[in-house]
Design a protein. Structure first.
Length: 276
């Protein structure tokens, strides 16, 4: 069974996609799923405002199923700071202005079921599961059934590594905040649905801070000298979904509306996109 959901909100264009069944408690897919060991209120519900859990070594435990409440930041990453405070390079400003009204929606990689990239994928209102191992943190995204590895074993990125949609991520702890550095991008992703561009010079810093059992702040800094004259930032809060699990989401299986979207339909590196 499919549900219709508003996926892409533009200033003048609203596009409705057919998406998979809404995620929900693991009981919807599994029998005898054990309850999580989280602090609970007298009524048995999870105490979302309790202090964040800690691992035996004293570090904050980030593990769980997380999700933002809405798609505000996937639509507009500069929602809080305002577009006037985004330090565009001139070409990036012109390209963004040609996209922001939705008239080039068919050129957004998302519309072709291609990866959203980082940090955009964190801000889609679908659940993602964070798992910690001794040498990495792994994130499994329901969105398009993608995943990330964030290595914590001290490795460094080879400067000759093949550029990718999601980049290469390493992380380390600074007090109670997990700081992730990601680079090695291919210059293809849009930073948001309004069309802010990125280039292969993009470097993303994410600061994950679990402030309570049920809430985690992600502060993102965009440092891309190919498209912007200075770094700029945004902050999103995601929330724990106790008992949920991501489900399979094969985007291309129901991607039937690409031909009806405005624009050329061509997906190219942002810096090569034609500007009228």
């Amino acid at each position: 069974m499919l549900r219709l959901t508003v996926w892409r909100l533009r200033r003048f264009v609203v596009i409705v996609f057919a998406l998979p069944i809404l995620s929900g408690p693991a009981a919807a897919q599994w029998l005898n799923a054990p309850e999580s060991e989280l602090p609970r209120k007298a009524d048995g519900s999870v105490d979302m405002e309790a202090p964040p859990p800690r691992l035996p070594d004293g570090r904050i435990d980030l593990q769980g199923i997380w999700m933002p409440d809405d798609n505000r930041y996937i639509r507009d990453l500069a929602l809080d700071i305002g577009d006037d405070h985004v330090p565009y390079q001139p070409w990036a400003r012109r390209l963004f202005d040609s996209r922001k009204d939705g008239l080039r929606s068919s050129e957004d990689p998302d519309a072709h079921c291609l990866p959203q990239g980082v940090p955009k994928i964190n801000f889609v209102s679908y659940p993602w599961k964070l798992i910690e191992t001794p040498d990495a943190i792994v994130i499994i995204y329901e969105t398009f059934t993608y995943w990330r590895q964030i290595f914590t074993d001290g490795r460094e990125l080879d400067p000759n590594a093949k550029p990718t949609w999601m980049g290469y991520s390493t992380g380390q702890w600074e007090g109670d905040t997990f700081v992730v550095e990601t680079s090695g991008f291919n210059g293809m992703p849009w930073l948001d649905q309004l069309g802010r561009p990125s280039t292969d010079q993009l470097r993303v810093t994410e600061r994950f801070t679990r402030t309570a059992v049920g809430h985690m702040s992600i502060e993102v800094t965009i440092d891309d000298p190919g498209a912007y004259t200075a770094p700029w930032s945004a902050t999103q809060v995601v929330h724990l979904r106790p008992g949920w699990e991501p489900v399979e989401f094969i985007c291309g299986e129901n991607n039937r509306d690409i031909d009806s979207l405005p624009g050329s339909g061509l997906v190219v590196p942002n810096i090569e996109a034609e500007i009228d």
